[in-house]
Design a binder for this molecule. Structure first.
Ligand code: DQA
Length: 180
């Protein structure tokens, strides 16, 4: 954010929305409790087969396993909702309100135009981490707009499958900062 990216360099931004979020932590190892909702949007079910030169060879199940392990290391449990349908993802966000601690969302192409998902996420009270395997800002111009970003606490993009672990670490940091 606000910094020039050198070509080929992946992007990791954690942008605090409110006071206290994103701050350095006193104890990174202190266990947390609660559930993180991971949302997977359209076409992520095809990971492993779909444009592997962009999205890699791992499947969505592989990424969910990575996220589950990383969450568990922080004492968090992971709930995963995958859908090709915007409304199902919106409903999942509604169901997360006042129930889950944080949301990690890779909305696939809905990222770029789903104001319904934007509005649902805006009504969620916890941290929201936007996640992408690729770095949309370095791809086609239409991918440069994310309607999720304005309601995300931070964005992790361009790290491939590592992003799923990084997203859980980011969520844990944000939750610890909120608790401090
Ligand atoms: C994606 C990037 C989106 O632009 C695209 O539509 C996807 C995947 C990613 O993880 O890199 O489906 O969210």
């Amino acid at each position: 954010m606000g910094q020039e990216q050198s070509p080929g360099r992946p992007e990791l931004t954690v942008v605090p929305n409110g006071a206290g979020e994103g701050q350095a932590l006193r104890d990174e190892t202190e266990p947390l409790a609660g559930t993180v909702l991971l949302l997977s949007g359209p076409n992520l079910s095809l990971l492993g087969q779909r444009q592997p030169e962009i999205y890699g060879h791992l499947t969505l199940d592989d990424h969910v396993a990575t996220a589950t392990r990383a969450a568990a290391q922080h004492g968090l449990s992971l709930e995963h909702v995958r859908s090709e349908y915007e409304g199902a993802l919106v409903e999942a966000v509604h169901g997360a309100r006042r129930r889950v601690a944080a949301i990690v969302v890779n909305a696939g192409a809905l990222t770029h135009y789903s104001w319904a998902l934007h509005d649902a996420l805006a009504a969620f009270e916890g941290p929201v981490v936007e996640l992408h395997l690729s770095h949309p800002g370095r791809r086609e111009p239409w991918r440069r707009l994310s309607v999720v970003t304005p309601v995300a606490t931070g964005v992790i993009a361009g790290f491939g499958g590592d992003g799923y672990r990084l997203a859980m670490d980011a969520v844990a940091s944000l939750l610890r900062a909120r608790r401090a």
